[in-house]
Design a protein around this ligand. Sequence first.
Ligand code: GRF
Length: 222
Amino acid sequence: MSRKRRIGILISGRGSNMVSLLEGMRAGEIPGEAALVVSNRPDAPGLARAASFGVPTAVVPQREFRGRPREEHDRTVHAKLERAGVEFVCLAGYMRILSPWFVAQWEGRMLNIHPALLPSFPGLHGQRQAVEHGVRIAGCTVHFVDREVDHGPIVAQAAVPVLPDDDEDALAARILEQEHRIYPLALRLLCEDRLRIEGRRVVVRDEEVDLPRSLVVPSPLG
Ligand code: GRF
């Protein structure tokens, strides 16, 4: 089997998507190993969850960089990722806008998950935006990171229905289940070198093997 790729994960909060990636790696479903988890918040509950997997963690508190250029924080994070030998970065609830410099360092090597069917509802509270807008179908997206927020080439999406009584929390829970399916899938494809970016499109090698089944979740609209 080919070498495991070294993965860095950036978090700010509870880290449930991070856990789905760590479980995928531990189970051998993703040919990667977690090299480092970095949080910009010292109190992120995800840090303890990462440690329970035996993954090294680091904190780069954004508070300490207040009033300084955004890039300075990012350079500190980047140095830690480099030192850990990270090849691919996964943003997993990392609540911080990245500097163009950082994005350029990881171009084509950094994924994000967003709780909406992009390009609808980028930015904060994608689930609330979906409920308030009255859409019938919502979902989540894994995409490569580019310089615009929640914007880069799309790797995987999953759809869920929005039910009449849904509030933001109910919809968020339904979407989160799908996030935990498609993020490990997307990282697996990246680690297997099966993703090629062509403009805005991501071409998946051997797509017919397993993607139609995995990518779009049928919505029981009934
Ligand atoms: C998820 O909804 C993710 O899509 C968004 O932030 C949330 C993070 O949740 N980017 P968790 O920390 O992974 O549990």
